[in-house]
Write a protein that binds this ligand. Structure first.
Ligand code: AMP
Length: 374
């Protein structure tokens, strides 16, 4: 076990690392974050912030030598960086998992080959590949860049054959994947944690609403049947096992109208949909990550009450500073801000969590509190 007062190294420096660092420091750990930026959401609450490029392997070595274990809050860390760190210190989750999760093509291929339900997909390198794939998969479909895509970035919807050439040119030669468009009933996720001994805990099924491809609101428990609940948890458990995962993992699903679960994406780290566990549960998704990577028993995932989370995007700052007083006047509402110094449209700046008698009530409360900000 890695004892309190040891130092946890975190690659990445955004809000996920910030909430991880808050939990870690609460338990007496030190936190050292590594990313190219400075005065970051994680750096502001960490003990040490290294600002260096991921390919600066001398800095990576220095970082790895100064910490007792390394984890991530951001999966797009280059493989060479992770390999370098792993020469000096344990890294969880392991680099191979990051390598799979940072590329849609590798991720979908891994899932498909291991019998997990995924959307129909094809690898696209040329315009000819795309015509062929659209022919096979049909329309509507979505062309997505294989790497560095999130929150709808690098995605082009194809509604008719006439969209093929413009979509291909917007992808601008990057390796990509064509996916069938799923006419889903809802989107749900399962956040879990697994330790090196194979112990597994989960937060049940969380329901997610998106706006403009970005997560807008999450609430738990999701309104799904027992069958869907059990199946989603079982898929997640099986996947964590097959990956040999150590840390916090999120599996995002599409749920179809005939109750089929299809994996959209996996996140090998705490996830936006699990933010409602921070304050809503006995042990947050961030504390579970800490426990898993330190080899401490995983904590209870019990919810205090049904919970919800509403994201605060930079759009809220467009005209003036949001009216915090209004939102904070709501009982059972908590405000989380990430310390980002610059607000931009679509940028995740913070979130609101709420507890209620039911998930719907918690959801309404979070949404109303957010609406009161402007
Ligand atoms: P992603 O970045 O791939 O998670 O996509 C962001 C959001 O876009 C998803 O959460 C969905 O709301 C929507 N989306 C992405 N891919 C598909 C798809 N194949 N079918 C339907 N909706 C999709």
């Amino acid at each position: 076990m890695i004892q309190p007062n040891s130092t946890i190294g975190v690659f990445g420096s955004g809000q996920l690392g910030r909430m991880f660092a808050i939990e870690a420091r609460k338990m007496g750990y030190r936190v050292h974050t590594f990313s190219p930026a400075s005065d970051t959401p994680t750096g502001q609450v960490a003990d040490v912030e290294t600002s260096a490029n991921y390919d600066d392997l001398a800095e990576v070595e220095k970082f790895a030598r100064s910490v007792d274990v390394v984890t991530f809050e951001f999966e797009n860390v280059p493989s060479k960086t992770v390999e370098k760190a792993a020469e000096f210190v344990a890294v969880h989750p392991k680099g191979e998992i990051l390598h799979i999760a940072q590329n849609r093509l590798r991720e979908k291929t891994f899932l498909n080959e291991n019998g997990f339900p995924v959307v129909p997909f094809r690898h696209i390198k040329t315009l000819e590949d795309l015509y062929h794939a659209v022919n096979e998969i049909g329309v509507p479909s979505v062309l997505k860049t294989a790497g560095f895509g999130y929150d709808g970035k690098g995605q082009e919807k194809i509604n008719a054959v006439g969209d093929v050439e413009p979509a291909f040119s917007r992808i601008d030669g990057r390796e990509s994947v064509l996916e069938g468009f799923i006419d889903f009933e809802k989107e749900v996720s399962v956040v879990c944690a697994r330790d090196a001994a194979g112990n597994f805990v989960h937060y049940g099924v969380i329901e997610n609403d998106h706006a403009n491809h970005i997560l807008d609101v999450s609430f738990a428990p999701a309104m799904v049947s027992r069958k869907v609940f059990d199946e989603a948890v079982e898929i997640t458990r099986d996947l964590a096992e097959k990956l040999g995962f150590v840390g916090t993992l999120c599996v995002e699903f599409f749920l179809t109208k005939d109750e089929k679960l299809i994996i959209n994406e996996i996140a090998p780290r705490p996830h936006n949909s699990g933010h409602l566990t921070f304050g809503g549960c006995m042990t947050s998704q961030f504390e579970q990550q800490l426990r898993a990577v330190c080899g401490i028993s995983l904590g209870s995932t019990e919810f205090f009450r049904p919970a919800a989370m509403a994201n605060l995007l930079g759009d809220l700052w467009e005209n003036s500073e949001p009216n915090w007083q209004n939102a904070l006047a709501f009982p059972n509402v908590k405000l989380h801000l990430y310390g980002k110094t610059e607000s931009r449209l679509g940028r995740k700046m913070g979130h609101i969590t709420a507890l209620g008698e039911t998930a719907q009530q918690a959801r309404e409360l979070a949404v109303n509190a957010r609406a009161s900000l402007i």
